[in-house]
Design a protein around this ligand. Structure first.
Ligand code: FRU
Length: 597
């Protein structure tokens, strides 16, 4: 036997030894089906994931009963990362995993030789230390796994609670569960684990929470009541309640509370309507928003629908919200109906449109012509934004998911995928004819400002080639302009590699544009390179404010009247800023603050 063959034989022997060590726990029953008896003395089973692998359907079985089902892309030939399956609720019990592996036909590797089986391991800990250079420093992210829409946001006793569409078993969309984070300042977020998990009615899609101060539902005064879509064979609406301020939830035993034969029927947003003393729910039903009312949060009466023929219908209507806001500088208020739509946004893909009008407790009446479409954010990466229930001081605070369904599953991170926008306080402003929704960075964000790094007045053009002594990817730029003198502005953020974003104002067109074609890594999706453009109501620009983090630039013009949120994946931070404007002497001033939590 040649030495090479002996080595191969030894290696094969070692491999089969490993397999046989594992095969005590594993039974391979067909080319696509196997079972594993878990060693249940550790807290976690660590499952190896390969993002490009097909989904494996997993049933977790205790005492012959299926106690959980999940879909995981178990590694076939390469391990991208591990996800933890928490065994603590089954401590002391025998736990059997049943795996149905999809897509085995025609594969070079037989299912029993997949990398996952030899690498499933057990541990009492799961390492969540950050491994991602693009992870934002001050935007909310899940510690690991996939996130989309913010859900069920509410404020109570000094704490902001943020739930979110979450996949605990991979960094791509699947297994929709409500993850939970909390914060006292809208900037520092604490991971609170899983709040609402899939059940027999389906996975847990988007929804809202209310604080039931007067115990109208009978779960107790101050109970938190969550509404969400049960995504089963059909989409139905369900509820759950919490008597520990949103840490744990109990599903209501009368679920589902609303059913329909409309296929896209989801994302209930509930609020207290003070004037009628009832609860109102708005939810997406196909190309409309439906409004329901209730006295006790459990029994719902259909009131009306809004949307046929109004605004943009180039995609699915999702994630609504409905609230009243005063109009700045005026003595009246208006109702705002938020309607997320995917695709069909002004920059392609997902976006948030809104309608202004009146709401009488039964019906929303839009105050603009049906053909008018208004957008809350003209960038590519602010979707599914909704507002907090019970926010203090009459504030209306919105957070959106900072991504776009066009490429959300492909962005170049692995340990986690997706962040939320910074918190923004909403307001209405008017040009005298129509009302618009503005979103201003919430004041809490300003607490992150460090010592001023740049403070220059500008006549003509200015380049600051080094804003910080150390590379810094997290900062705020405030460019203040004389609106009478200024008709063009070009602001460029760049790094030594030549990666850049350019923001351009053109008074004649009445727009601000954001070009991210050369922003860094743009190759993961053909839809990522883009120029996004926002109208400037009234055409004049007095301020351009940017929040820059490790993978995003959020641009606010005129305090938040026009907004663009865009992701960027730079190989190193943009450490240089150049500003060119046509105003005469000292028509502009540029201030840059590093941001630290
Ligand atoms: C919006 C959305 C919602 C749905 C959820 C599922 O991004 O499609 O309509 O509830 O995501 O994760």
């Amino acid at each position: 036997m040649k030495i090479r063959n002996i080595l191969v034989a030894l290696l094969l022997g070692a491999a089969s030894l490993q397999v046989s060590a594992q095969s005590g726990n594993m039974s391979f029953l067909s080319s696509s089906h196997c079972m594993m008896r878990a060693e249940s003395n550790s807290r976690y089973v660590l499952l190896p994931v390969q993002e490009s692998a097909e989904i494996t359907n997993v049933k977790v079985i205790v005492n012959s009963n299926v106690v959980k089902t999940l879909n995981v892309r178990l590694a076939a030939d390469k391990i991208d990362y591990y996800v933890p399956f928490d065994m603590s609720e089954f401590a002391g019990k025998k736990v059997l995993f049943d795996f149905h592996v999809n897509g085995v036909e025609g594969k070079a590797t037989a299912m029993k030789d997949y990398a996952c089986w030899k690498n499933i391991s057990y541990s009492d800990t799961f390492d969540t230390a950050n491994r991602e250079k693009f992870r934002p420093a001050y935007h909310h992210t899940p510690v690991y796994g996939w996130m989309n829409d913010p859900n069920g946001m509410f404020y109570k006793d000094g704490v902001y609670n943020l739930y979110y569409q979450y996949n605990p078993y991979g960094s791509q969309w699947e297994n929709m569960t409500w993850g939970h984070s909390s914060s006292r300042d809208l900037v520092n977020w604490t991971d609170e684990g899983l709040a609402i998990e899939p059940d027999g009615l389906g996975t847990i899609f988007s929804g809202s929470c209310v604080v039931d101060k007067d115990n109208t539902a009978g779960f107790g005064a101050g109970a938190i009541v969550a509404f969400f879509t049960s995504a089963g064979e059909n989409q139905t609406q369900s509820m759950a309640y919490s008597t520990d301020n949103g840490k744990t939830f109990t599903k209501y035993d009368g679920n589902p509370v609303i059913v329909s034969d409309v296929p896209d029927f989801r994302d209930p947003h509930v609020f207290r309507h003070a004037k009628s003393g009832r609860w109102i729910m708005i939810l997406a039903a196909g190309q409309e928003m439906r409004i329901y009312s209730s006295a006790n949060l459990k029994d719902w009466t259909y009131e009306s629908s809004f949307g046929k023929g109004y605004g943009c219908h180039e995609g699915v209507w999702e994630c609504p919200d409905l609230f009243e806001l005063p109009v700045e500088g005026k003595n009246y208020s208006k109702w705002v109906l938020v309607c997320n739509i995917n695709p069909g946004g002004p920059a392609g893909g997902s976006a948030t449109q809104y309608f202004t009008g009146t709401f009488d407790g039964h019906k929303f009446t839009c105050d603009t012509k049906p053909e008018v479409t208004k957008w809350a954010d003209y960038g590519k990466d602010n979707y599914a934004g909704v507002t907090f229930d019970n926010a203090p001081d009459g504030r209306r605070i919105m957070i959106g998911w900072m991504s776009n369904w066009q490429y959300a599953n492909q962005v170049p991170t692995m340990q986690y995928r997706s962040a939320n926008t910074i918190a923004r306080d909403l307001y209405l402003y008017t040009d005298g004819t129509t009302e618009y929704l503005g979103s201003k960075p919430s004041a809490e964000n300003e607490k992150m400002r460090g010592k001023t790094a740049v403070n220059k007045s500008i006549s003509g053009s200015k380049t600051v080639s080094k804003m910080f002594s150390k590379p810094c990817g997290t900062y705020e730029v405030v460019l203040t302009l004389d609106p009478e003198q200024t008709s063009t502005v070009e602001l460029v953020l760049s790094n030594k590699k030549g990666e850049k974003v350019a923001l351009t104002y053109d008074k004649a067109k009445g727009t601000v544009s954001f070009d991210r074609h050369a922003s860094g890594n743009v190759s993961f999706s053909k839809d990522f390179p883009a120029v996004t453009t926002a109208p400037v109501v009234g055409s004049k620009l007095s301020e351009l404010r940017l929040y820059v983090d490790n993978c995003s630039v959020e641009a606010f013009a005129n305090g938040g009247n026009s907004v663009m949120t865009n992701l960027v994946f730079t190989s190193e931070p943009y450490n240089s800023i150049s500003v060119k404007c046509d105003g005469k002497k000292k028509s502009a001033s540029l201030v840059v603050y590093p941001l630290n939590k």
